[in-house]
Design a binder for this molecule. Sequence first.
Ligand SMILES: [Zn+2]
Length: 54
Amino acid sequence: MPSFECFGKNCGFHTSAPSEAELMTKIAEHAKTAHKMDPIPPDILVKVKAAIKK
Ligand SMILES: [Zn+2]
């Protein structure tokens, strides 16, 4: 199951989902509410994808 741990400063958000697509949805929601990224900038998105553990 793909999982993701947020690398945001003092964040510690951790999530997982049955598929990477669902995980991305959860990450996008988190980025929006916790980090005011709506949408996630492309350079951050690259880091997010690299940080996903499959
Ligand atoms: Zn975060």
